[in-house]
Design a protein. Structure first.
Length: 249
């Protein structure tokens, strides 16, 4: 499956907040044998948000959307999702129950706005403060706060996609080749690309400086048997060329 992520908020694009969601969603997916195929950052501007969600819904991919589902004027995700799908917004009955239970006698119309979702949505439980997120068309809308968002993402993965956990035969393996230039390993990379067309080679150089040694991270990703065979060849070849190397987790 190709999962996507949309990370929403002017504060991310301006640098007032540093994004933590991308690394975490990769981690949560990876722990279940799943992968993130793409990610997008977008601010709160309605036109850009609407365009992004229209394009996202058109992919057919399961997508996690972080941020912008509060009830303040700068939270526009729920409105943009409804517009992208051409549906109305309405107070979700299950969300209303959860919000009323959360606030009791302190309930207000403003607080109930947090349960207004695009018609046809289902709720995503929020174990932190019981104010739910929502899902529609395999898009899962959660708050921007990590303490709320991450357990909600885990709930979605374990409730909606458990039959996809660890199904795909896919691994990533890599070594760091010390004091190496990519240019001096190109012939090896080209040969491996030809010999292992069903796997994918990747190369990530590190430039010397600030206490770092020059190195190249060299690895393969794809079916486990093919990746392990390719990595054995990589280890043999870099050792034969006189390089030292170390395994990466």
């Amino acid at each position: 499956m190709k999962f996507g992520a949309i990370i929403i908020g002017d504060e991310i694009l301006s640098g007032r907040r540093a994004d933590k969601h991308l690394a975490k969603v990769v981690e949560l997916l990876g722990a279940r044998g799943l992968r993130l195929a793409w990610a997008r950052y977008v601010g709160d501007e309605p036109g850009m948000l609407l365009q992004t969600l229209r394009e996202s819904f058109a992919t057919g991919d399961p997508v996690f959307s972080f941020g912008g589902i509060g009830a303040t004027p700068d939270d526009r995700t729920r409105q943009s999702a409804a517009a992208a799908l051409g549906v109305e917004l309405a107070l979700h009955p299950e969300a209303e129950v959860a919000i009323r239970e959360r606030f009791g006698g302190e309930i207000t119309p403003h607080r109930l706005q947090m349960g207004v979702f695009p018609v046809g949505s289902e709720i995503i439980p929020n174990p932190y403060n019981q104010i739910p997120g929502f899902s529609i068309r395999e898009h899962y809308f959660v708050p921007g706060f990590p303490v709320m968002a991450w357990p909600m993402v885990e709930w979605v993965l374990d409730t909606c996609y458990s039959d996809h956990h660890h199904v795909e035969d896919y691994i990533e393996r890599a070594i760091t080749v010390e004091d190496a230039y990519e240019g001096r390993l190109i012939d090896l990379m080209e040969r491996l690309t030809i010999e292992y067309p069903d796997a994918t080679l990747f190369s990530l150089p590190t430039v010397a400086g600030d206490g770092l040694r020059r190195s190249v991270e060299l690895g393969m990703k794809g079916p486990s048997a093919r990746v392990e065979a390719a990595m054995a060849e990589i280890r043999r070849e870099v050792a034969a060329r006189g390089y030292t190397w170390r395994e990466l987790d």
